[in-house]
Design a protein around this ligand. Structure first.
Ligand SMILES: C[S@@+](CC[C@H](N)C(=O)[O-])C[C@H]1O[C@@H](n2cnc3c(N)ncnc32)[C@H](O)[C@@H]1O
Length: 256
């Protein structure tokens, strides 16, 4: 596991609707969580694999939770628990909010022979690398997203932040986002990962149009964020990378 070197304050600021200064401060706070990083890196090392597939922008997740101060966060895709641990740590610092995570695990046949890059080591549960001190109050639901997301949508009063870090196909994804949509509050943020350098999938481009949420891509990653009903916020009209005076590394995606 490597520390994230190129965290993007512009992406955080565009999605949270906060100033760039606030986003930079939150990312510095996340980077200072060295004990959390060391714990995760040691836990991975002990399992005999250098890395598991994990979110490439854990610091931004932390920063978003600190800025949005969510009551309910929904995460799909836990694996060893890197994204989960950063979300939980930020909620702990906020002293409010619950993380609801969904995962249908795949198991490795042996420690050195993973079936998928996220397969759990034999005998482990989703989120096995998360420090025990962060687990209290964590709502982990084991099963298929297609079944569990509509259940969560029926149970939760609102969703403030959604992280969708799971392999997905168009038909299922659009239906799942539609089922969550009535709970995702105005200004709430959804983030979906499309793998390294992946482009925005058709399902989420459609969902973004429907909910008037401008997709903002994190440069270099297949991560796209959407702030619901904030198509024209000031934060998303920042200068493009390369424009004079701009340090922006986020991408605004042309809506199809
Ligand atoms: C890319 S990994 C998640 C990485 C994690 N967010 C992190 O930062 O470490 C994808 C996860 O999705 C889970 N998954 C795959 N298909 C699923 C499904 N249909 N429903 C729920 N979870 C699923 C896998 O078990 C795996 O843990």
């Amino acid at each position: 596991m490597r520390p994230e070197a190129d965290a993007d304050p512009h992406w955080v600021s565009a999605l949270a609707g906060c100033s760039l200064t606030a986003a930079v401060r939150r990312l510095e706070e996340a980077r200072a969580e060295r004990r959390l990083f060391s714990h995760l890196a040691r836990a991975h090392g002990r399992e005999g694999r250098a890395s598991y597939i994990e979110i490439d922008a854990p610091l931004e997740l932390y920063a978003l939770v600190r800025e949005l101060r969510p009551a309910h966060v929904v995460e799909v895709g836990v694996s060893s628990g890197v994204s989960t641990a950063y979300l939980l740590e930020a909620l702990r610092r906020n002293r409010r909010g619950v993380l609801h995570s969904v995962d249908r695990p795949t198991f490795a046949t042996s420690a050195h022979r993973p079936r998928a890059s996220w397969s759990l080591p034999p005998g482990r549960e989703p989120g096995w690398a998360i420090p025990s001190g962060l687990r209290e109050g964590w709502d982990l639901r084991v099963g298929d997203k297609a079944e569990l997301l509509p259940q969560l949508a029926a149970e939760l009063p609102q969703i403030d932040l959604l992280l969708y870090d799971v392999p997905h196909d168009d038909a299922g994804t659009f239906g799942e986002f539609l089922s969550l949509d009535p709970r995702l509050r105005r200004g709430g943020v959804a983030i979906a990962d499309h793998g390294p350098g992946g482009s925005l999938c058709g399902a989420l481009a459609r969902w973004a149009r429907r909910t008037e949420s401008k997709p903002v891509g994190r440069t270099g990653l297949g991560l796209y964020g959407f702030a619901k009903h904030r198509l024209h916020s000031k934060a998303t009209r920042r200068p493009h990378r390369g424009a004079p005076g701009s340090r922006s590394s986020s991408r605004e995606v042309q809506r199809p």
